[in-house]
Design a binder for this molecule. Structure first.
Ligand SMILES: Cc1cc2nc3c(=O)[nH]c(=O)nc-3n(C[C@H](O)[C@H](O)[C@H](O)COP(=O)(O)O)c2cc1C
Length: 205
């Protein structure tokens, strides 16, 4: 069982990384393999709507997104952690996620998702909703916790004092492991639900 963790923070030892460490302790204990990726200071550009991916099955830009798509396909779950910038997920992670989800066409159904928003003070619930949208358009169940997943701190490491945020991260991680195991068993027992061809309308006909 494997989980891919995408960290949108440019800071290698920032608050997002600290929350991810809290999750990793539990993933390790539960024997879940962790594949970690951090955007850091990489220049990740946004989607230019060229639809190259519809013909070729991967993004036209040669950066980390195509490699991440393979790593995502290979995983049972996806964790997204983003710092809050101006009440939203940071720009780099949105650029990356738009292209990752739009350009990759493998079946994402029943891969378990969990998102976390890290802030000094405000914007976490809007960011949490924003990140969960990538899961809910892809038939990915969401592992939830005891609050809307957030963590607070400004300077690097300040999240250490957010005991409730770190506890919630542990709760979400355990729930995520449980869901991934349950879905694995259910897939073997029942198979995935019947898949319909997509009906694609644009409200213009
Ligand atoms: C450009 C920028 C915008 C920010 N906007 C917000 C904001 O809207 N709300 C907030 O509470 N914190 C805001 N912050 C603070 C960060 O969210 C906070 O420092 C967070 O802990 C960063 O996470 P990291 O250490 O994982 O990078 C902002 C920081 C930066 C650099």
């Amino acid at each position: 069982m494997k989980v891919l963790i995408i960290n949108g923070s440019p800071l290698l030892n920032g608050n997002s990384s600290r929350l991810i460490n809290e999750m990793n302790n539990i993933f390790n204990k539960e024997g879940v393999e962790v594949d970690q990726y951090q955007i850091g200071s990489k220049a990740i550009r946004g989607c230019m709507a060229c639809n190259y991916c519809y013909e070729h099955g991967h993004c036209v830009f040669k950066d980390d997104v195509n490699d991440l798509a393979k790593r995502f396909e290979d995983s049972d779950g996806l964790v997204i952690v983003s710092p809050v910038y101006y009440g939203s997920a940071n720009g780099s992670i949105i650029s990356l996620l738009d292209r990752l989800f739009y350009s990759s066409h493998f079946d994402k159904r029943f891969k378990v998702g969990a998102a976390f928003a890290i802030a000094r003070r405000a914007g976490t619930t809007a960011t949490f909703d924003e990140l969960n949208k990538y899961f809910t358009i892809n038939q990915m169940p969401i592992a939830s916790g005891r609050y809307w997943n957030n963590g607070f701190g400004r300077e690097q490491g300040q999240i250490e004092k957010d005991e409730e945020g770190l506890q919630n991260a542990r709760v979400v991680t355990r729930n995520m492991v449980f869901l991934m195991k349950a879905i694995k068993d259910a897939k073997e027992k029942y198979g995935l639900p019947e898949k319909e061809d997509t009906t694609f309308t644009h409200f213009i006909k």
